[in-house]
Design a binder for this molecule. Structure first.
Ligand code: SAM
Ligand code: SF4
Length: 462
């Protein structure tokens, strides 16, 4: 979602006549999009801002020195990292969740920054940039109370085949560990007409795959009179001529109903992949996390998907070391991995975040213990993926060709189930084409295959 926000922000600048440059030292404006979901991501931002400090930054009088923070020094000697790397005084802006979280505090820690704007205020960006262009020294966009979404005429997309498309912004859930409701504001859905219009434009521009985005994408609630449910929208997007694949992420288990599974069953263009974060396999921990479902309710959703006529690939997110997570709770997460049989999992050590209820919870798990649990979890999931992928040897898949390897005759792409496939083809494949491949080998994170157009195809797949 952050990547797509950056694409839309670039669109705002392009519409104002700016051009994208390859190198930092050629830029008049540097906008830095940030994440604050975990502490590590937030720390990176300040070290990066230190690197962006103009070499001749000498404003000792105006800088509030904070002895415990190293970003701001007396500012008298040239900063090595920035020296020679920046154009003379570019506009430097900080966007995204850390901007929202730290607000004007960013100006204190990095006074060379002139714009601070959270994602809920991006619709104000053209106006903020105009204020900077007309001489204002500092501008902010920090409101989160809004029912507007960020739409822009031009979006500069980085991937030539897969286009991201936000359909719902913000989040109204209140998971006790999560900063998103604070940094991205309340839930706002785009009208179905506006989403469908953008999909038609994308298809006309040659995109064949679209990915609908939202923190809780399946909580989509059409604000227009058409009142489309999320599953209706999926079906309508899949009907747009030229669209061959429709993906969506991230789904929240509470709002995940059988109508979504039925849509996947009915329409091949809707991808057979659901990302359904569980976070923990223990009902007690899920309760403390305020996830609004129990272990068995979650497993019912998995059973519903496993009963579908198409084989649906399921992936998840997991947090280990949440405050109060006992060894038994952790064991329950491991046994949930066995029961759910995920095709992929993003796993994280719990990271305490500002403003969140879990910050004040007791029984904090020591860092080493979190690391131990994370390593066990990753290993268990790796073995599950290896076994699942090995069962696919001999099967055929359609792959969107997305990359050419440096090695001769080697290509890569994704299946509808979002598996990465590295395949051999003697033909000069065209990037963006869809080809049939047969799986000849498997690793935990990818499939090895051979294209049907390869001359050894029948030999290698017997
Ligand atoms: N909205 C999505 C959801 O509800 O699943 C994803 C939100 S978040 C951007 C992506 C993942 O980061 C979450 O699913 C969760 O596993 C992880 N995460 C969020 N807050 C965290 C925290 N404080 N510590 C560790 N991981 C966290
Ligand atoms: Fe964060 Fe929970 Fe909202 Fe996901 S559903 S963004 S984890 S509060």
């Amino acid at each position: 979602m952050n990547e797509h926000d950056s694409e839309k922000v670039a669109g705002v600048l392009l519409a104002r006549g700016y051009k994208q440059v390859e190198r930092l030292d050629a830029a008049d404006v540097v906008l830095y999009n940030t994440c604050s979901i975990r502490e590590k991501a937030a720390q990176k931002v300040f070290s990066r801002l230190g690197e962006l400090r103009p070499a001749d930054w000498t404003r000792p009088g105006s800088v509030r020195i904070q002895p415990d923070r190293e970003v701001i020094s007396q500012g008298l000697e040239p900063h090595e990292a920035a020296a020679g790397r920046l154009k003379d005084r570019p506009i430097i802006g900080v966007l995204g969740c850390l901007a929202q979280q730290e607000g004007e505090g960013i100006f204190e820690r990095a006074p060379w920054v002139s714009l601070v704007c959270g994602s809920a205020s991006y619709r104000k960006l053209p106006q903020l940039i105009e204020e900077l262009e007309t001489g204002k020294r500092r501008v902010t966009g920090l409101e989160t109370e809004t029912d507007e979404t960020f739409e822009t005429e031009i979006t500069r997309r980085d991937n030539p085949w897969r286009a991201y498309l936000t359909i719902i912004e913000g989040c109204d859930k209140a998971c006790s560990y999560c900063v998103v409701p604070f940094t991205r504001g309340p839930e706002r859905s785009r009208s179905s007409a506006s989403v469908l219009q953008e999909v038609r434009q994308l298809a006309d521009a040659g995109y064949t795959e679209v990915q609908l985005l939202g923190q809780t994408v399946n909580s989509y609630a059409d604000p227009s009179g058409r009142k489309m449910r999320f599953s209706d929208l999926l079906l309508a997007v899949a009907e747009v001529p030229g669209i061959r694949r429709v993906r969506f992420t991230t789904s929240h288990p509470r709002d995940f109903g059988n109508d979504i599974v039925q849509a996947i069953e009915a329409v091949p263009a809707i991808c057979e992949h659901v990302h359904l974060p569980v976070q923990s396999g223990s009902t007690a921990v899920l309760k403390a996390m305020a996830r609004t479902y129990t272990r068995s309710e979650y497993l019912e959703k998995i059973a519903m998907m496993r009963a579908a006529k198409r084989e649906i690939s399921i992936t998840t997110d997991i947090i280990v070391g949440f405050p109060g997570e006992t060894e038994k709770d952790f064991e329950e997460t491991l046994s949930l991995l066995d029961a759910a049989q995920y095709d992929g999992a993003f796993s994280f050590k719990y990271s305490p975040r500002p403003n969140t209820p879990s910050l004040k919870m007791q029984d904090v798990i020591p860092e080493e213990e979190k690391s131990r649990r994370l390593a066990i979890l990753i290993e268990r999931q790796r073995e599950i993926q290896r076994a699942r992928n090995e069962k696919l040897v001999g099967k055929g898949f359609e792959v969107l060709v997305e990359g050419k390897s440096r090695r001769e005759n080697q290509w890569s792409g994704h299946t509808s189930s979002n598996r990465v496939v590295n395949f051999t083809s003697q033909r000069e494949e065209s990037l963006g084409d869809y080809v049939q491949v047969k799986v000849t080998g498997a690793t935990p994170n990818s499939l090895i295959a051979i294209s049907e157009r390869h001359r050894d195809f029948s030999l290698r797949t017997e």
